[in-house]
Design a protein around this ligand. Structure first.
Ligand code: FAD
Length: 464
């Protein structure tokens, strides 16, 4: 049996691929439901993600998976309108004329910003299209230094700096230019006349999670069950630990004289009175944050993670006229994302759904220290001070999700820190990694990246 630690999209994708190839899999998920960071809330209509989610046009693996699972026709590509709140005014930034009208950048700034987003290096007056092809060459360049050199001070100060500050806070100085270039490439397509094209699933991403769960088999997914320990054996040269698996599952014999132990079983702890259990395995895919991998194997990973706090505010009327609002002014949150300006409110029984979101850099962050009531009152007051016409009585519900590890800090040298898919070479034969610190989740973590990470770990097992 192949044990999968974590029933987020990465773990479910790994389980799905392995099972389709004929392997016996079992997924262990600590939470009450599978889905991980892509979990959803109920509304008066469709379910909606507890953290805002959309797809970029460049992401193909998730689209292919949805098609394979029979829900492909439910992917919708919609315009996700963007605006920037500066000095008390919301500036739409979707069309060329809206960008031309944006008052905080000069014409020259706009030309330099546009050139960068199109991947054209105009330094020295001779446009080059190949400067940014090798993104990894910018891995050690600080993003701030890069922006000041490749755009203008105005672009940096009035466009990128507030965005970087909202995303990375005091870690901004550590972030690599490679991350930014990857992001620019990764964000896909624009409709020149309407704005950025983003994907969503009719019914929410819960539809995809449900389809994966069904394909893997509910009975193969143990929820409220945390994996607490892996046991290794092996010992002498060439020892193979089989655990009763099919021939294809066998762990390759180690080289003569290699006494590296191989994984043989995992121990689980069920929530509450559920007790512990032991399961024989011949391989394990760890599809969690790397701290869980470390606790199970001792494999340490230096990637730092940011936490997220995200409120879903249900309202009887809309607040914004854009989907995504970045905020340059002082505000107690990083962004406002009005989901029902992207997906119509009729899908949610007429509720208008607004995400209020903030990253946190660690447990000592003031915001993290607040309880949910404290966050709710701070954020609703913050909305009122940005939008004096906001009517708090229009708020019918506020639900808050928080998680201390939700996004890697893509700092310089990041690629040297990613966890390999196959940990055999790190001394843990039979252990595979598909969590957020894997290569597929670079330059930005995503649902698509999680699926690719799950597939990559599964493929290493299948190739064995
Ligand atoms: C605020 C926010 C916004 C986002 N926006 C987008 C977006 O717009 N588009 C997009 O594509 N992606 C977005 N993402 C990213 C996306 O949600 C993630 O990349 C993806 O869900 C990660 O999946 P995963 O399976 O790797 O990890 P997770 O979803 O974290 O799953 C890991 C699972 O492992 C379980 N687990 C942990 N420890 C154990 C243990 N010991 N035993 C058993 N189970 C364990 C956890 O409970 C969890 O369910 C966003 C994420 C956040 C937080």
């Amino acid at each position: 049996m192949i044990g999968i630690v974590g029933g987020g999209l990465a773990g479910l994708a790994a389980a799905y691929r392995l099972q389709r190839a004929g392997h016996d899999v079992r997924v262990f998920e600590a939470a009450a439901e599978p889905g991980g960071l892509a979990a959803s809330y109920e509304t008066a209509g469709d379910r909606v993600e507890s953290y805002y989610h959309h797809l970029s046009k460049s992401e193909e693996t998730i689209v292919e998976l949805a098609a394979e699972l029979g829900v492909g026709e439910r992917i919708e590509w919609r315009v996700g309108k963007n605006a920037y709140y500066v000095d008390g005014v919301s500036h739409p930034l979707d069309t060329p004329w809206e960008i031309a009208a944006y008052p905080h950048l000069s014409l020259y700034d706009k030309i330099r910003l546009t050139a960068l987003t199109l991947g054209i290096d105009v330094r020295g007056g001779r446009p080059r299209r190949d400067t940014y092809d090798d993104i990894e060459a910018f891995e050690d360049v600080p993003v701030t230094e890069f922006l000041l050199e490749h755009t203008t001070r105005g672009v940096y100060e009035y466009f990128f700096e507030p965005l970087l500050d909202a995303k990375f806070g005091d870690r901004t100085e550590d972030i690599s230019a490679a991350w930014l270039l990857g992001r620019i490439k990764f964000r896909g397509e624009r409709d020149l006349l309407r704005g950025e094209i983003l994907g969503y699933l009719d019914g929410g991403f819960a539809v995809l999670v449900d389809a994966l769960v069904e394909a893997v088999g509910r009975d193969r997914i143990d929820t409220e069950t945390a994996v607490t320990e892996l046991s290794f054996s092996g010992g002498d040269s060439g020892t193979v630990t089989d655990g009763g698996a099919s021939a294809g599952d066998r762990i390759a014999p180690q080289a003569d004289g290699d006494s590296t132990p191989s994984v043989t079983s995992l121990t689980t702890q069920r929530r509450g009175e559920g007790g512990s259990g032991t399961h024989d395995v011949d391989s394990v895919v760890v599809a969690t944050m790397p701290d869980v991998l470390e606790s199970l194997t001792g494999y340490g990973c230096d990637v730092d993670f940011q936490g997220s706090i995200c409120a879903l505010v249900s309202m009887s009327e809309p607040l914004l006229d854009t989907y995504w609002l970045n905020i340059a002014d002082d505000a107690p949150f990083g962004a406002l994302i009005e989901h029902t300006n992207f997906v119509p409110p009729e899908r949610y029984g007429g509720e208008h759904l607004l995400y209020v979101a903030s990253y946190v850099q660690g447990p000592t962050d003031d915001l993290w220290q607040r309880d949910d009531d404290g966050i709710e009152s701070l954020w609703l007051e913050g909305i009122e001070s940005l939008f004096p016409e906001f009517d708090p009585d229009a708020v019918t519900d506020v639900r808050i999700s928080r998680n201390p590890k939700t996004a890697p800090v893509y700092e310089r040298g990041y690629l040297d820190m990613v966890v390999p898919y196959d940990l055999a070479s790190a001394g843990h034969p039979g252990v595979y990694y598909a969590g957020m610190a894997s290569r597929a989740q670079y330059p930005e973590r995503s649902l698509n990246g999680a699926i690719e990470a799950g597939y990559a770990a599964a493929d290493r097992i299948l190739d064995r």
